[in-house]
Design a protein. Structure first.
Length: 619
């Protein structure tokens, strides 16, 4: 059982790719032909570098357009093959990936294909090498691993086996149980890639959009489960052609690659009831609290804002400048400490949401899993809560469900009258969190949530900001008691990117609270003086017609700047927003009944409203 990565998956020179793979802890590397051909390192020097770093070179790839060619291309292909065998001998690599022929000149005649592959297998075996025949999803004739397997069986030579690649099989929607027909001893190698589910030309999809298992929508877990079922115990190798990976940090992609493979092995083993060394994915029961690092100069304004929302201070930390505020089930920790984590966070980001507290079913196991999958754990300002590093250096505290009250009582001096009043506060609880990340880290943070926690993703949405397109991905637990939207953009001037630059890095941009009667909540917080985001009349004129609103409801939405959405089953979502605190984070208030989304059709209206408050830099 070894973890491998193809050099094509990482940015940089061949040497940088090899170093990044070794540093991340891979056992093996596949050398991509073009990476080697373009490298100034000889095969011997490359081999020395690989072995010095504790890696092995497990595959050379790809070799193209061999079988079924007419002359003179056929002879040329066999000459090329011999030259690659020479390179492999010097590299110390004994497996060559031979992909199925994509040339328009290729013959589909099965007997010709089998004869050519037998000749190539004989040559390979003569040099102690083996060929792995990989069906490319866009090949001229052989684009299905089932057909590649038939051909490998027909060739029946120790110098040829099958090479499986999850992308080619899953992009062709070939049932994963077809892998059960394959003899694991004849599997030369396994390459894995996930991808977003897109309807496009397969070659383009494959060369630009592949991503790590756990970052896309293909059933890579089912694919590996079937391989384990038939007893395959060889290398699993990441072969990720991705435009972003080519330009982002090789160290980040390599580290995520190890996390992705380890989580995938764990999931596949669990599916078969096999032993696995990782604790299971942490089950999130709900969002227990969020913590703000508040600068001294922002303290009065911050306390005023949370009080306007109906929060009451229910406790003060026994030893620290930390307060606990609550409304309904939503707890806010306001951290004013001038040392420790929250201070460091606000020095970098300004007053900001610096941590979230998740109630999980087994916090100790959650921490062990995070550590085993490369997560960093941290000491927090609240001593009895262990924490995992999250976006922008924020913390994700994990605590056992039902344990929060004990921790609050131990560490805080609580005010029982205030706590009793908070129970009936106008905000009833948390609905969701919205986080903004750098576009280059969007997939990385998605993998973080999906590998460490038992969560699902919704289909990604494109959201229109007046200054650019924003990608938004919802991540939530099965019961909907934990919900997060992750947002990123390449547009330099969209609100999302302005948030990133103004707050120096990724972070939580807004919190949504829920209430059972949104107009009542809106009236309360307005009466308390909370400034809300104005929504234009054009929006409400459209909404009245779109949703067939009666006069009373229409008047309430207009008066209270409420936005509305409805799912196909008629479940409604209503939402309104606060103005931003010091041009940074803001609050959303929602009411949902059976509706599972986040009001995506309204997001352009909200972003346009927010952008009217932007202050343009001086010319
Ligand atoms: O896109 C390609 O050509 C290509 C090459 C080698 C592979 O292993 C593969 O899966 C795709
Ligand atoms: Mg491949």
């Amino acid at each position: 059982m070894t973890n491998a990565i193809a050099s094509v998956s990482l940015s940089g020179t061949l040497e940088e790719k090899i170093r990044a793979a070794a540093a991340a802890g891979f056992d093996e590397i596949e050398i991509f032909d073009v990476d080697f051909v373009a490298s100034p390192l000889s095969a011997r020097e490359t081999r020395a570098l690989i072995t010095d770093l504790g890696l092995t070179c497990s595959l050379y790839q790809p070799f193209r357009d061999l079988e079924g060619m007419p002359e003179p291309q056929r002879s040329r292909a066999f000459a090329r093959l011999q030259q690659k065998f020479d390179v492999m001998a010097e590299l110390g690599c004994d497996r060559l990936l031979l992909c199925t022929n994509c040339s328009p000149l290729a013959s589909g005649d099965r007997a010709r294909i089998v004869a050519d592959l037998r000749e190539a297998a004989e040559l390979a075996a003569g040099r102690g090498l083996v060929l792995g025949y990989e069906a490319l999803a866009w090949a001229t004739h052989v684009w299905d691993h089932r057909e590649a397997w038939e051909i490998v069986c027909a060739v029946d030579h120790p110098g040829l086996g099958i090479l499986l690649d999850s992308f080619h099989s899953l992009s062709r929607a070939i049932p994963v149980d077809s892998l059960r027909a394959i003899d694991p001893a004849k599997i030369v190698y396994v390459q894995l890639a996930d991808a977003p589910v897109l309807d496009m030309n397969r070659l383009y999809w494959s060369r630009h959009f592949r991503n790590l298992p756990g970052q896309g929508g293909l059933d890579v877990e089912g694919f590996v489960t079937e391989l384990f079922r038939i007893g395959y115990a060889g290398p699993l190798s990441l072969e990720i052609f991705n435009d972003r990976f080519r330009s982002t940090s090789a160290a980040l992609v390599a580290r995520d690659g190890v996390r992705s493979l380890d989580a995938l092995r764990d999931a596949a083993a669990r599916n078969l009831g096999q032993a696995t060394s990782l604790p299971r994915k942490a089950e999130i029961v709900g969002l227990e609290f969020v913590e703000f690092a508040v600068a001294a100069e922002d303290r009065i304004a911050m306390e005023a804002m949370v009080a306007q929302m109906g929060f009451v201070r229910i406790g003060r930390h026994r030893a620290k400048q930390v307060e606990l505020w609550r409304s309904g089930m939503a707890s806010l920790v306001l951290n004013h400490e001038d040392q420790g984590f929250a201070r460091a966070y606000r020095l970098t980001h300004g007053s900001a949401l610096c941590a979230i507290g998740l109630a999980v079913t087994d916090s100790a196991a959650a921490i062990r899993r995070a550590e085993a999958l490369g997560g960093k754990t941290e000491a927090s300002d609240i001593p009895s809560m262990p924490a995992i590093r999250g976006v922008g250096g924020s913390l994700v505290y994990v605590l056992d469900a039902g344990d929060a009250d004990r921790i609050w009582a131990e560490e805080f001096v609580l005010d029982p009258a205030a706590a009793a009043a908070a129970v009936t506060g106008p905000i009833e609880g948390f609905d969701h969190l919205a986080v903004v990340v750098h576009n280059d880290e969007f997939l990385s943070w998605q993998l973080y949530w999906r590998a460490l926690f038992d969560v699902q993703v919704q289909e990604a949405q494109d959201v229109i900001d007046p200054n650019g397109l924003v990608y938004s991905q919802a991540i939530q637990n099965r019961s909907g008691t934990f919900r997060l939207t992750m947002n990123a953009t390449d547009a330099r001037d969209a609100l999302t990117s302005r948030f990133l630059s103004q707050t120096f890095g990724a972070g939580f941009q807004h919190i949504a609270f829920h209430a059972g009667d949104l107009p009542a909540l809106a009236r309360t917080v307005r009466a308390n003086g909370l400034e809300c985001l104005p929504i234009p009349a054009n929006y409400h004129d459209d909404a009245v017609a779109r949703f067939g609103l009666d006069a009373a409801e229409s008047a309430a939405l207009r008066e209270l700047d409420i936005l509305i959405d409805e799912d196909p089953a008629g479940h409604r979502y209503r939402q309104f927003y606060s103005r931003a605190f010091h041009r940074s984070f803001f609050f959303e208030f929602v009411e949902r009944s059976g509706y599972d989304g986040y009001g995506a059709p309204n997001a352009p209206v909200r972003l346009a409203a927010q952008s009217r408050y932007r202050i343009d830099p001086l010319p």
